[in-house]
Design a protein around this ligand. Sequence first.
Ligand SMILES: Cc1cc2nc3c(=O)[nH]c(=O)nc-3n(C[C@H](O)[C@H](O)[C@H](O)COP(=O)(O)O)c2cc1C
Ligand SMILES: C=C(O[C@@H]1CC(C(=O)O)=C[C@@H](OP(=O)(O)O)[C@H]1O)C(=O)O
Length: 356
Amino acid sequence: MSSIVGNKLKLSIFGESHGNGIGAVIDGLPAGEEINYLELNEFLKRRSPGKKFTTKRVEKDEFEILSGVKKDYTTGSPLAVTFKNSDATSTDYEKIKNIPRPSHADYTANIKYKGYADLNGGGHFSGRLTAPMCFAGGIAKQILERKGIFIGAHLKSVGDIEDIDFKDIELSDEIFKSILNRELPILDLEAEKNAKNYLEEIQKEGNSIGAIVQCGVIGVKAGLGNPIFDGIENNIAKIMFGIPGVKGVSFGSGFESAKMKGSEHNDEFYFKDGIIRTYTNNSGGIQGGITNGMPIVVDVAIKPTASIFLEQNSVNLDTGENTKLKIMGRHDPCIGIRAVPVVESLVAFTLLDFII
Ligand SMILES: Cc1cc2nc3c(=O)[nH]c(=O)nc-3n(C[C@H](O)[C@H](O)[C@H](O)COP(=O)(O)O)c2cc1C
Ligand SMILES: C=C(O[C@@H]1CC(C(=O)O)=C[C@@H](OP(=O)(O)O)[C@H]1O)C(=O)O
C-alpha cells in the first residue's frame, strides 16, 4: 500500500475504519514548534462525524501522542499519534460483504488484496483515515500561521448551488474565520440556506450529492516551488487525491481556462505598496509551478457519496450472479462538508514541506 506522502516532511497514515484504531507518523517536523492543543482539538472537531448533514457515526476523534512531543513542543523526532475507533457497526457491512457497493473501493480492494482486506466501513480506504490527516495538517497550519501564512476553505458548490468564488474576492484571515461560524462552510448566506434545504431533500431521498471544496492560501511570498514535475500544483494535486472521494483538482480558473482568450486569462501585473500583484488571479497564485505572491486558490471536486440508500445493481462475488443491493448503515449525504478541513490540512502540510 502507498499511504506515505511528502519529501522533507513525510506523512504516513495507518489503520482501518472498523479496526482498533487509526493514526499517523509525521517525520521531519522541525524541533521546538509549539502545539496549541485547544486550537488543534477545535480544528479536528470541524471534521468529526456525528453532526447535522453528516454520518450519524459518533467519533470524538480524541488522540494519543506516542512520541515526538515534549511539554507541548515538537522534539524533532518522528511524531506518532493514534485515534481509537469507538463507534463501528460492522454488522451493516458483514451482510453485504460479497456484494460490492457501486463506486466505493469494495470491488477494487477485493481484487487487489485477494479478499483479505478488512473493508468494513471502507477499511483503509475510508474517510475515517482523514482524522490523522487533519491532525498533521492542524499542526502544519499552526506552524505556517506563525510565519504569516493563513489557509481557509469553503464549499464553493453543493450540487448546482454556488458560493462566492475565492478567486474573485480579496481574501483575508477574517474571511476564513467567518466561515467557521456557519452551519455549513459557505460564505453567502442565501447559498447556505439553499444548500441546507437541498441537503435535507437529498437525505430524505436516501441519496447523496457532490461538491467542490475551494481552498485559499494567503501570505506565501513569490518564488516558492519548482518547475516541471515537482511544482506546487503537482504536489498539492497528488496529496489531494489521497482524500477519499476526490475526483478532480484545479488551480485558479482551472478547466474554465480552456474556454478563455489570452486577453481574458492573463493576470496583468501592477505595483501596490512596493509589492508586485496581479489584477486577476486566474493562475491561482502559481505560474511555472512557482508561487507568484498572489493567493493560492485550489478547487477540489468531490464526488457524491457512493453509499446511498436507494436500491442499486451489483454482483454477488460468491455466486457469480447479478443481484440487487440495498445498503444499511450511516453515511455522509455530502462528503464535501467534512472534507473542507481535510483539504486545508493537506494544503498546509504540502506548503510546510516546501518551506522547511
Ligand atoms: C470525510 C469523508 C467522509 C466520507 N464518508 C463516506 C460515507 O459516509 N460513505 C461512503 O460511501 N463514502 C464516504 N467517503 C468516501 C469514500 O471513502 C470513498 O469514496 C471510497 O473510499 C472510494 O475512494 P474514491 O472515491 O477516492 O475512489 C468519505 C470520504 C471522506 C473524505
Ligand atoms: C467514521 C468516519 O466516516 C466514515 C467514512 C465512511 C467511508 O466509507 O469513507 C463510511 C462511514 O463509516 P461507517 O459506515 O462505519 O459509519 C463514515 O461514518 C469518520 O470520518 O470518522
